[in-house]
Design a protein. Sequence first.
Length: 287
Amino acid sequence: MEKQLQQLREAMTSDKTKLSNTRIIAVASGKGGVGKSNIATNMAVNFARQGKNVVLFDADLGLSNINILLKVLPQYNLIDVIRKHRKMKDVLADSGYGFQFLGGTQGFSGLANITDVMLDYFVQEMMTLSFAHVIIIDTGAGIGKTVTSFLSSADDVIIITTPEPTAMADAYGIMKVLAVDIDTQPSSIHLIVNKAKNHQEGLEVSQRITQACENILSIKIRYLGSVPEDPSINKAVMHQVPFSVFNPKSKATVALKAIMHRLQNQDSKQRKGLFGLLERMILRQEN
Ligand SMILES: Nc1ncnc2c1ncn2[C@@H]1O[C@H](COP(=O)(O)OP(=O)(O)OP(=O)(O)O)[C@@H](O)[C@H]1O
Ligand SMILES: [Mg+2]
């Protein structure tokens, strides 16, 4: 069976340039309910508006809820690719907002204990996602094994916190986990403060976290900005429409645009892309 993985590696290596072009952005938080799914979904909307090919992954194993935010119920999910040999193109759902969406459920934990044959098929199907300029992964809250492995193989990790001390402590907790192993550190770790009273509060919260990270963990965190507490987000969720579509002029929509501008200006030079993500999956299988 080792031979099969060896061949897979070779196939990936010959496509390395193409596979490395897809920017992998993982959105995470320590504490739940801080706005990950809303921010990930609206980032996808914004990238799509720029004409980029985008795939949004719902990798939240517990409470996958992007389908609710988009009012789309995907027929299949990743588990159908991993265990039932379904094609990736059949599993991707149209979000209705110019990007593709991959439904949640137990797909990613389904990657544990799979055979080489299953992994081989899965990785080959994942390689078909190289048409995407960006893959955004909405991970579950906390620092389970699946989440950290996604985070460490992403090009950009975006940690979301709110000004609540518990959320801040948990955001720091994730950064600490990411900082432990220099080999598995993502190229860039970013921070967004959501539900901030104002710009100043966002800045203060970010400084406390980034300074602790620099002083204690010796890692650099890039602050992308804050999204204000904005009742139009709740309304958009109630209507099951992404907030930046529901209200293009809301404070939250404007703030997210500025955040994306900064994110796009900070593209890493050493992008691993899909290649990095898939290489890690194979490595995990080998060990
Ligand atoms: N900036 C904001 N202003 C007001 N309400 C917000 C804001 N951001 C998110 N919310 C509200 O917070 C709730 C949680 O948001 P969301 O589902 O995006 O969080 P999450 O981090 O993905 O949660 P989970 O950890 O459960 O996956 C939603 O009901 C949303 O309406
Ligand atoms: Mg969520």
